[in-house]
Design a protein around this ligand. Sequence first.
Ligand code: AMP
Length: 216
Amino acid sequence: MTVPGRTPADPEAPAGSGPAADRRAAAGPAGSAGPTAARTAGDDLAERVAARIRDVPDFPLPGVQFKDLTPLLADGPLLAEVANAIAARHRGGGFDVVAGVEARGFLIAAAVAVTSGVGVVPVRKAGKLPWRTVTASYELEYGEATIEVHADGFAEHRRVLLVDDVLATGGTLAAAADLVSLAGGELVGGSVVVELTALGGRSRVAGLDLHAVLTV
Ligand code: AMP
């Protein structure tokens, strides 16, 4: 599935009818920025993660409730706990590399990789990687988004844990999962820090052992 590079999927994408519109509908009315409420009552880590995520209404588009993870990323002990929790959740399945999705996913993926003693492979927007790539495209509001990974990214370490910051409509994670297979990797699991359940993204990666630290 190779197409010319287009704007990658992200809330930074233009407004229209499609995933962003779904996202806006799920976000509900915009309020002032504040902590994300955890749906996972009784899960202490999820609640502390929720307290470190800032809901930013109308960013980058009117109606989008942006999950700003920068307070969590700046909290060293909590970031380490999140990375350890993700690593522990997938340790049984056994992974030997972590693939992180541009750009915030890189930060989480690298933390998980370091705590697991494995390396990290970046899944990037089209045109950013210097070597031979495999490419996957998926639907955005206007046209398609394209992401890439190095064709030999999983040549040495094949059992892949896929990590991103937020699961929204699932298009990004589904395309990244395709890339892992196209590049010869074996996808053994996936984790996101936050899953926006109202958007149903999990259904796009139905075969994946997908874990979310926090579901809202
Ligand atoms: P999607 O493909 O719709 O699941 O979107 C997931 C990608 O877009 C992830 O890489 C996220 O970083 C980003 N994203 C989507 N929606 C949001 C949101 N509400 N807040 C923060 N990031 C988001």
